[in-house]
Design a protein around this ligand. Structure first.
Ligand code: APR
Length: 248
């Protein structure tokens, strides 16, 4: 396993990056940290909203019990996001999509910053904060950046809830299966800015590695995945990922 600080890219990784044909990138909250989006964990802390741990307010039970409180939490985060921009990590990853024969970007993030940076076909395994969906007919609707959030389903009139995967819920049908299929085909897999604690997303690098992919983690902190990686880049994604685009 190769380790590198924030100034250098190990030769083996650079070699694999330059010869790779099929690449999968899995991102988590850390890739948006330099844009100003708070992470959930990392640094020994975890997010709290009005005295409630984030995994309580962001849960299926809370939708049942108090949908307005759930909307308050997501409205707060969405309003934060309106001012924020993609950072060099998002830009570097967007740059990669046309570099490789096959490229798959899977994100646990719901912030839409990858798309804002120009990434196409982003597999959002945890949904999007920019969408709502009907509680009964499940029809999804976009939430505008400017103006009011829709309140009722246009098709059946029932209430809308955030179209994100909450704790205690399954992932959107097909998203994970597609990601797992692409992970198993890859020859290079990057894991960027995730604590790798939340499954099934955290199993994607394991699937990639088990099928022969070279696995590289990018994170200022060690995670439970680090020992499993071929390469660990210790530092901030916005500082490290652009270094890979510099062809030596
Ligand atoms: N660059 C790279 N990684 C970073 C940076 C940075 N600038 N800053 C922080 N990190 C790392 C932290 O060290 C931590 O390991 O990003 C990771 C963020 O971990 P979490 O907050 O646990 O976020 P994530 O792994 O995406 O959480 C998974 O859990 O809360 C649910 O649904 C939510 O999608 C989320 C899922």
């Amino acid at each position: 396993m190769e380790f590198a600080g924030s100034s250098s890219i190990p030769a083996k990784l650079r070699e694999r990056f330059q010869s790779a044909q099929k690449v999968l990138v899995l991102t988590g909250a850390g890739v948006s940290a330099e844009s100003g989006v708070p992470t959930f964990r990392g640094g020994g802390n975890s997010a709290v909203w009005k005295g409630m741990p984030f995994d309580v307010i962001s849960s299926a039970q809370m939708v049942e019990r108090d949908l307005d409180a759930v909307w308050e939490w997501f409205d707060y985060r969405r309003n934060l996001l309106k001012e924020l921009k993609p950072n060099p990590a998002h830009d570097a990853i967007a740059n990669w999509q046309d570099r490789f024969g096959e490229f798959t970007l899977v994100t646990q993030n719901i912030d839409g910053l990858h798309q804002q940076a120009g990434s196409r076909d982003v597999v959002e395994v945890h949904g999007s904060i920019w969408r709502a969906r009907c509680i009964s007919c499940h029809e999804a609707v976009s939430i505008p950046r400017v103006g009011l959030r829709p309140n009722e389903c246009e098709s059946c009139g029932d209430r809308l809830r955030p179209d994100v995967v909450l704790f205690g819920e399954l992932l959107p049908p097909g998203a994970f299966e597609y990601a797992a299929h692409m992970a198993a085909r890859g020859d290079l897999c990057f894991v960027v800015g995730t604590s790798a604690l939340v499954y099934p997303a955290a199993s994607l690098p394991e699937i990639a590695r088990a099928n022969g992919a070279y696995l590289c983690e990018v994170n200022p902190e060690r995670t439970q995945l680090s020992n499993f990686c071929d390469s660990v880049l210790t530092g901030k994604a916005g500082e490290l990922l652009p270094l890979l685009n510099i062809d030596l």
